[in-house]
Design a protein around this ligand. Sequence first.
Ligand SMILES: [Zn+2]
Ligand SMILES: [Zn+2]
Length: 360
Amino acid sequence: MAYPDKFTGFQVNGPETWTEFHKNQFDPKPFGDYDVDIKIECCGVCASDVHTISGGWGEQHFPLAVGHEIVGKAIRVGPKVTYVKEGERVGVGAQSYACLECKQCKNDNETYCTQQLDTFGSVWPDSGIVSQGGYSSHVRTHQHWVFPIPDGLDSALAAPMLCAGITAYSPLVRNGCGPGKKVGIVGMGGIGHFGLLFAKALGAEVWAISRSHAKEADCRAMGADGFIATGDEGWAAPHRMSFDLVLNTASSFDGFDLDAYLSLLDVHGRWVSVGLPEGEGLKVRNQTFLANGCFIGSSHLGSRRETLEMLSLTADKGIRSWVETMPISAENLSKAVQRLEKSDVRYRFCMTDYEKEFGA
Ligand SMILES: [Zn+2]
Ligand SMILES: [Zn+2]
């Protein structure tokens, strides 16, 4: 097969028609010495896709193919690539560039680099080309953001780890999740389910915190030691000051009682939010932190080192993501984003069967 100089992907034209996907050709950025071209095999469906194409996060560069939980095969590697071999099965997540020279980049904090670029919707500084995501035939990515996938991990189960998984994993390990710690996970969507799986695998006592009891059986099957439904009267009081860390993955702040959640934390306990709800956000007052002196923070994705650690932990402990697969097509992408918008998924969609749609 001739090597493609254009890639093909399912693009959305704008927020007015965000549920309509069109199969188009587009130019990738010029191939660099450290780049890897990947023929995509599958791609998870992230809430970021929905927030981006529906306009919830503001102006974007359309037409745009979203998707940033990519697994595929490295079919071409640049002359300076050392992390990846041609033919290897690899993954790409939500980030595709950082300077790799600043203080943050040199300290495993490349997701916080001021020059970081996203896998889709970013403008490449030299060419002006807009980066396109994983609902596409191929993706071209700098080796630093290309991760070999351990043998034995199913591609469709590994893909959702590259955004949802690492978004949960990094703040857990950075905030002391492990044996002897009690950890709460708020919000049982894609990120939250990985929070439970990883916190348990890291050896912590882990509790799921959800609005109703609807997902209790699933959470216990994922390894939750306890379950709290915030719809229950007086839900917070019995658990006051008992948690070391609470990871908040909720994607909406409707009816969200932050003071009640923070009351769960032990002295100097940590509340780390990784969901990115649309809208104005929450107001906080100093009084909110006073009773336990708790800390409130956030976290953005995770470093290359942490991504590789997460994938090894997954392979070593046999962690299995809960994934619903769908063959990629314009129609199925439309279904997937609409169902995700209604949180109607247990617990992550992954688009598959790329060869049928894009050819071998
Ligand atoms: Zn940097
Ligand atoms: Zn994502």
